[in-house]
Design a binder for this molecule. Structure first.
Ligand code: SF4
Length: 66
C-alpha cells in the first residue's frame, strides 16, 4: 500500500488552499466535523481497506494497493 499526492499540481494547490481556509477540515465538505479533519475518517478507512485503490474524496491523495 502506498499513498501519493494527485499528479495534477493545480488540484493539489487548490485543495491545500482550501484546507488552509477551513482550518484543516475537508474543503470538499460543508460541515467542520471532527471526522472531516484531514486526513478524514473516510480516507483512513479506505487506506485500511486492502481492496481499495483510488483517490480520496477531494482527490488530494491517491492510494495504491501495492
Ligand atoms: S477527502 Fe482527502 S483532502 Fe479531504 S479530508 Fe479526506 S483525505 Fe483530506
Amino acid at each position: 500500500m502506498s499513498i501519493r499526492l494527485n499528479e495534477d499540481q493545480e488540484i493539489v494547490a487548490l485543495i491545500r488552499e482550501g484546507l488552509k481556509q477551513k482550518d484543516g477540515y475537508c474543503p470538499c465538505r460543508f460541515e467542520k466535523k471532527e471526522e472531516y479533519k484531514c486526513i478524514c475518517e473516510e480516507f483512513k478507512a479506505q487506506m485500511a481497506d486492502p481492496d481499495f485503490e483510488g483517490y480520496c474524496h477531494c482527490r488530494l491523495y491517491y492510494k495504491t494497493k501495492d
